[in-house]
Design a binder for this molecule. Structure first.
Ligand SMILES: Cc1ncc(COP(=O)(O)O)c(C=O)c1O
Length: 385
């Protein structure tokens, strides 16, 4: 009897709500994705096949950036862009302290020095005032030469490019945007990818535009950088020749992944609309509660790669959401200077980044969430805090 009741209760329990759900998107787009993948199997050009070229053209049209070069991942996109900019040991690259480890990892991997900059608590993006302090400190220390500033568009929201551009122009720094999370976001009429002279994005499966493996792209307005990027992604070779002109990588996007991305790009704008509608419902519901959503400043559009709020007592809230079957995630539990891998680069006060690691909580966000599920998330958050 007890067992039967327990079994009934189990059946009556609503299905868990995941942070991401790629299977629903697959079901929705499967026919086109399979057709395009089959075409790749049939022609057999698995490396730099026609779909890669087609995807690059479509992304260039989508962003209005003349050069889009598809590469093997978002991290490789950052590394290749830094190599193309000739960043080397002894150069300083300014990165926000509150981001994914790959941002600083790409810098350190080519021997340059990542300098951590604190973030604005409202947007969670690089704080221009702290960027100025970090540049002044770096110049005074004389250990590394300021070369590049690498803002990150956290959770899909473009960084404060107008303020950062002004500082970069004054200090003679190149702006390289880490737009891994923001493809589909915008500032004014400019889409992410077009907000800096060089941008890098990621097509990791759970990104707003994601493939079925690793992938990324570099977008640039600069012809010479684009040429160097094309060489570096393919062993440093110019075109199809076998002569290595510069040091390169195995950094190409697979043709199969390009085929998946072409199919997904066709549905992308509708998916972004759905993400924004869900975000608007979350924002309205959380207005009266003790949660602080990321601020989306006027004129900005987030791609809502993640929907992240700040709550006091975050870990308890998260546990209570899990009891109700509501998935959540911690992006990020550590600021960059707290990772063992970057221990050699610590040395600045980063109080906002450290505060955010304790308070941020990312809630379910993907275009296939139903209205009912959004209601359940809102209700569960209200009960949990
Ligand atoms: C801000 C940021 N930068 C870089 C990356 C690296 O991208 P990928 O996982 O495609 O290498 C990611 C994503 O994972 C990211 O979120």
């Amino acid at each position: 009897m007890t067992t039967a009741r327990a079994a009934l209760a189990e059946v009556a329990k609503p299905a868990p709500i995941a942070l991401f759900d790629l299977q629903r998107q697959r079901a929705r787009l499967e026919r086109d994705i399979r057709r395009r993948m089959d075409a790749v199997l049939a022609h057999g050009q698995f490396i730099l096949g026609p779909e890669v070229d087609e995807l690059e053209k479509q992304l260039a049209a989508y962003t209005a950036v003349p050069h889009v070069i598809a590469v093997s991942s978002g991290r490789d996109a950052l590394m290749i862009a830094l190599m193309a900019l000739d960043v080397k040991p002894g150069d300083a690259v300014f990165v926000p302290a509150f981001t994914f480890a790959a941002t600083a990892g790409a810098v350190a991997s080519i021997g340059a020095e990542p300098v951590f900059v604190d973030v604005d608590p409202a947007t969670c993006n690089m704080d221009p005032a702290d960027l100025e302090r970090a540049i002044a400190e770096t110049k005074a220390a004389g250990r590394a030469i300021p070369r590049v500033v690498m803002p990150v568009d956290l959770y899909g929201l473009p960084a404060d490019y107008p303020a950062i551009d002004a500082i970069a122009a004054r200090e003679n720094l190149v702006v390289l945007a880490d737009a891994a999370q923001s493809f589909g976001g915008a500032l004014g009429n400019c889409r992410a990818g077009a907000l800096a002279p060089v941008s890098a994005t990621s097509f990791y499966p759970t990104k707003p535009l994601g493939c079925y493996g690793d992938g990324g792209a570099i977008l640039t307005t600069d012809d010479a950088i684009a040429d160097r990027v094309r060489m570096i992604r393919s062993h440093g070779r110019a075109g199809t020749g076998d002569e290595a002109m510069v040091l390169g990588l195995t950094g190409r996007l697979d043709t199969i992944q390009a085929a998946v991305l072409i199919a997904k790009l066709a549905a992308f704008d509708d998916e972004l609309e759905r993400r924004r509608a869900i975000a608007a419902r979350y924002a309205a519901a959380f207005a009266g509660l003790a949660v602080t959503p990321q601020t989306i400043p006027d004129g900005y559009r987030s791609a809502f790669a993640l929907y992240t709020v700040r709550v006091a007592g975050r870990d308890g809230v998260r546990a209570r959401l899990a009891e109700k079957g509501v998935g959540s995630g911690l992006f990020y539990r550590l600021a960059l200077h707290q990772h063992p891998a970057f221990a050699a680069f610590v040395g600045r006060a980063l109080p906002v980044s450290e505060m955010l690691t304790l308070e941020v909580l990312s809630l379910p966000m993907h275009p296939d969430l139903t209205d009912d599920e959004v209601d359940r998330v809102i209700e569960a958050v209200g009960a949990a805090i």
